[in-house]
Design a protein around this ligand. Structure first.
Ligand code: AMP
Length: 212
């Protein structure tokens, strides 16, 4: 079984894009807590109603809430997972270890990127409503306007929390939590990093090398 992979990095650093490539090529399962929370909001569930204003502001949802959602949505003894968006802080890292990953093989990879590059990356991000493929109106335009290159679905989605004001807050929240989070995985000796400013293909090669 491949080691579980914990992808760390700011919003827009390319974690989700690379996770999808690993799913396609190596057979990983991808679990994104952001996607799970957005699905709850879309379904209008009680949980969705509780978290929607928090997400709209770009703040973090409570650790316990997200942990429960994560536990419901993965079977870590059966499959190798890419954890995307969880953990967001050192408390969540300890939760992930205690409740899900104790005794399993794992690697945490930090997608290192100059935060100044991120604002533009994120406000131009669009995603496919059907297969989740991620585009960028500047650096990775869909070949046909508003249509997914991969599956042909129409109407690429611009996330509500990908607007400039909210992104600024999300980056502040990231800055506050990132150092202790990286320190957690450094202490556990399961930490690697890659240069996330490179193009998509090169980042993918670096990621695969780390997994070998
Ligand atoms: P993402 O798609 O990972 O950028 O997450 C979108 C939003 O969902 C974040 O800005 C948070 O409001 C919320 N969220 C996602 N994952 C977590 C988490 N692990 N802990 C707390 N909030 C989260």
């Amino acid at each position: 079984m491949l080691p579980h992979l914990i992808v760390l990095g700011a919003p827009g650093s390319g974690k989700g894009t690379q996770a999808l490539k690993l799913v396609d090529t190596l057979g990983y399962k991808h679990v994104s807590t952001g996607d799970l929370l957005r699905a709850e909001i879309k379904n209008g569930s009680e949980l969705g109603q509780k978290v929607s204003s928090i997400i709209a502001r770009g703040d973090l949802v409570g650790d316990e809430i997200v942990l429960e959602l994560l536990k419901k949505n993965c079977e870590v003894t059966k499959y190798s997972y890419i954890f995307d968006g969880f953990p967001r802080n050192a408390v969540q890292a300890a939760m992930l270890e205690d409740h899900l990953l104790k005794g399993t093989r794992k690697l945490a990879v930090y997608f290192k990127l100059d935060l100044e590059m991120l604002l533009q990356r994120i406000v131009n991000r669009r995603s496919c409503p059907s297969c989740g493929e991620i585009f960028n109106l500047q650096s990775k335009k869909p070949k046909k306007d508003d249509t997914c290159d991969k599956c042909g679905a129409q109407g690429l989605v611009h996330r509500k929390d990908d607007n400039e004001d909210v992104v600024k807050n999300r980056l502040d929240v990231f800055r506050e939590n990132n150092e202790p989070l990286l320190a957690y995985y450094k202490n556990a000796s399961v930490m690697a990093e890659l240069d996330a400013s490179k193009n998509e293909k090169d980042v993918f090669e670096s990621l695969k090398n780390l997994l070998q």
